[in-house]
Design a protein around this ligand. Structure first.
Ligand SMILES: [Zn+2]
Length: 255
């Protein structure tokens, strides 16, 4: 068994990292800044890191995608106890290619209003906020234009799991996206137990996929699994119709 070390993302996920994984994350982290306390800084850093990972692994495109995560705990104000959360800014892909300066990541209050952060608020703030309201177990949300999932979104199709890795995520439903915040929140509202255990997702017709996870670690993991599942659903029919062992389907380069 590898030695388990304290994770720099402690509190964002509950799966211990192996030493080399922790080191690679520390190396990828941007400089700490300004007035954030440790919890806020950790969440902003994680959004920067996971966004870069998502873009570099081809799980979203330059046209969109966004990430948010709740900040553990809450902040007392004169009016009430307010739960804060963080979200990537608008144009994180188009303008920054997910090389976000940490100052760009927004710190938001319970209503989705900006407390801190230099970035322009995403148009999807209301979608994320509606999901957090509907799914109390959601600790993080990832929205992506994942290439294979986009085929399902474009066709208006839900997606069945065909891989063991995707089985616990279940069938991914699709909503038409006319009233995206309401529809996505409604589709995930009954999945609170699944999100508490791991994650749940919804496709949005003509747009992309939204994953709610118990934390950012799990939400990102689920996105990878669902993209792999989508690729397998789409490509499996090629194997059914063609076999390289079939004399009628010899490759053209065969001697
Ligand atoms: Zn989008």
């Amino acid at each position: 068994m590898p030695r388990v070390v304290a994770s720099p993302l402690q509190g964002l996920h509950r799966v211990p990292l192996r030493p080399y994984e922790a080191l690679s994350i520390i190396a990828a982290m941007p400089e700490a800044t300004g007035s954030d306390d440790a919890d806020v800084l950790r969440v902003r850093e994680a959004i920067v890191r996971v966004g870069r990972l998502m873009f570099d692994r081809g799980l979203t495109d330059a046209a969109g995608g966004n990430i948010s995560a709740r900040i553990d705990g809450s902040r007392e104000t004169e009016a009430a106890t307010v739960s804060w959360w963080c979200m990537s800014p608008r144009y994180a892909a188009h303008r920054w290619h997910w090389r976000l300066p940490i100052e760009e990541v927004l710190v938001l209050d319970e209503k989705g209003s900006r407390i801190r952060g230099e970035g322009e608020p995403s148009r999807d703030v209301n979608v994320h906020r509606a999901i957090y309201d509907a799914v109390p177990a959601a600790g993080a949300i990832v929205h992506a234009h994942a290439p294979m999932c986009l085929v399902f979104a474009a066709a208006g199709r839900s997606m069945e799991p065909v891989l063991a890795a995707a089985r616990e995520l279940g069938t991914v439903p699709i909503v038409d996206g006319v009233d995206e915040a309401r529809e996505v929140a409604a589709s995930l509202a009954g999945r609170n137990a699944d999100v508490a255990a791991f994650a749940a997702a919804t496709l949005v017709a003509g747009h992309g996929i939204i994953v709610a996870g118990r934390d950012l670690h799990h939400a990102y993991d689920a996105l990878e699994r669902l993209e792999a599942n989508a690729r397998c659903v789409l490509m499996a029919p090629l194997l059914a119709s063609t076999s390289l062992n079939d004399a009628a389907a010899q490759p053209v380069w065969a001697p």
